[in-house]
Design a protein around this ligand. Sequence first.
Ligand code: NAD
Length: 367
Amino acid sequence: MTIILGVPKEFEYNEKRVSVIPDVVPRLINLGMNVLVESGSGEGAHFTDENYRDSGALVTENRQELFQKADIVAAVQCPPLEDISEMKPGSIFTGLLFPEKNTDIMEYASGHGLRAFALEKIPRTTRAQAMDVLSSQSTASGYTGAIIAAGNSPRMMPMLTTAAGTVKPSRVLVLGAGVAGLMAIATTRRLGAVVTAYDVRKAAGEEVKSLGAKFLDLGIEASSQGGYARELTDEEKRMQQEKLVGAMKDSDIIITTASVPGRKAPVLISEDTVKRLRPGTVIVDLSSDSGGNCEVTRPGTTIVVNGVKIIGVSNPPSHVAVNSSEMFSRNVLSFLQLLVEKGEIVKSFDDVILKECIVSGDLGGAK
Ligand code: NAD
């Protein structure tokens, strides 16, 4: 029996991405799968049902049937329990599952013989790079942040020498220089801004400088396992906020991307600091969905405090859904190449990458 891969329409109101784009369908068919796509899945990213049919997928209007028939469901965000409870024992679902938040779904899956693979848990190793959804989506996020900042600032980014005088370049401060931060730096640099960046991992300094930006060293080192940051102590947090104020007051735009895995986003800009910034300053908070790096951020909303605009960007990669879906589906394809061999689902899930990201079910024959 040929494996059926189900591609459901995303259900969150602000999710425009799709897990598999039409271009990737022929490669999935070559892997030995039939691809069953829910009608309208690609709408948010401008892929039509016709595009999917032309690429060899079957399109269904019946979501329930998709979950019932699929051997593997690939989604962007974790589908709701209502859908997962339709899946047959032994089947698999994958996506950005965040099991810590979706405990009811994970409990159901474990109790009903379903395997679940959380793509956000794929290790950040060289071998897993092609399936690293966190990197591909953070790249889209950083770009989005820079463009939203440019579109909302009352200033132009580049320096201009004109007959009407010289226009100074915008001064951009990027807080958190991981994948998203580096992309925000690169994009604002391309637009001509003068960029400074800060991160608690000193190792990020070299990458920041290689993009032509200045690295702010506040004397705090908080590198932790796997290249991630650890949470700062209360004393370090206080020191960090104090030392950052000067750099913030000198900036026209602040783009924040700071995050600590499994934790609420660290607050780097207090309400008091916002009130000390110059009117016209724009803060783009890319961590708004995980609590926000600015104390007054409201996810998905723009607010103005004393002339300072604070933009809580919700689901940043969804703003550039075409490209983020392209990257996401190539990540999914690479991941599925670990799960499917010669047209069959592997018997044991002993690949180190699968072991790291399985969040429900057992490893088959693997120890
Ligand atoms: P992330 O999204 O978890 O965090 C974003 C950034 O916020 C990080 O750089 C982090 O250090 C920083 N941060 C956390 N707390 C902060 C604070 N209080 N103040 C300022 N900054 C703070 O990180 P990410 O972008 O996913 O990257 C994590 C690591 O993974 C990086 O070291 C990156 O180089 C590495 N990585 C490796 C590979 C690979 O080898 N294949 C691929 C991608 C990323």
